[in-house]
Ligand binder design. Structure first.
Ligand code: TMP
Length: 213
């Protein structure tokens, strides 16, 4: 069976994931690949509705951590079934803005939900649909706050969070990356945009077995 390639980008707010996803998408298309770009929470119309609920101005801050995890995993279940699995089965490259590691960090590490509950959700919903490669875009929390301000201020309650919260998020991702070194690659996101793009492109092509870099 054809098997595609699954790439995820993770990191705190304002790390530049969207910009880098666009660079990577263009580079891989140029290499002749068929690429699907998607995001979480979301990626299907129904899952996007759940995303809106999670970041809802009034209700967003009200969800308990367990409820957040359930909403995220409800969205992920549909996203995997409708978008990710079919694209991978067709041999396409899927680039996803956030995935399992965001739940581990935002709901797991930061909000301390029961690790067995989170693990049960992972086992049931994700099964073997784990990324082939995950880029962790790392920026210091002061830089996160600066970037949120530069782009016009907080757009939801996550953006409004304190430097301590952003630092916890950062450490959560770094912790995962340090434990899953095969899959995760830490990228210094406070460097030239094109340099980051080149580094990521090189890594993906290398891991996919391409000659170039
Ligand atoms: P972003 O994609 O613009 O960064 O926004 C998505 C927000 O949702 C971000 O603040 C992180 C949060 N989130 C979770 O809390 N849990 C998750 O599992 C995912 C994928 C995202």
């Amino acid at each position: 069976m054809t098997k595609g390639y699954f790439i995820t980008l993770e990191g705190g707010e304002g790390a530049g994931k969207t910009t880098q996803i666009e660079h990577l998408r263009e580079a891989l298309i140029q290499e002749g690949h068929s690429v699907v770009v998607t995001r979480e929470p979301g990626g299907t119309p129904a899952a996007e509705t759940l995303r809106d609920l999670l970041s809802h101005e009034e209700f967003g801050p009200e969800w308990t951590p367990d409820a957040q995890a359930l909403l995220v995993y409800a969205a992920r279940s549909m996203h995997i079934a409708d978008i990710i699995k079919p694209a991978l089965a067709q041999g396409r490259i899927v680039i996803c803005d956030r995935y399992v590691d965001s739940t581990r960090v935002y709901q797991g590490e930061v909000q301390h939900i029961n690790p067995f509950f989170l693990q049960a959700l992972e086992v049931q919903i994700i099964d073997d649909v784990m990324p082939d490669i995950t880029f962790v875009l790392d920026i210091p929390s002061e830089e996160t706050i600066k970037r949120i301000e530069e782009r016009g201020g907080a757009k939801d309650h996550y953006d409004k969070a304190s430097a301590a919260f952003h630092e916890k998020i950062r450490q959560g991702f770094l912790n995962i990356a340090e434990h899953e070194t095969e899959r995760c690659h830490i990228i210094n996101a406070v460097q030239d945009e094109m340099k980051i793009a080149q580094e990521m492109r090189k890594k993906v092509i290398e891991l996919m077995g391409g000659a170039d870099a």
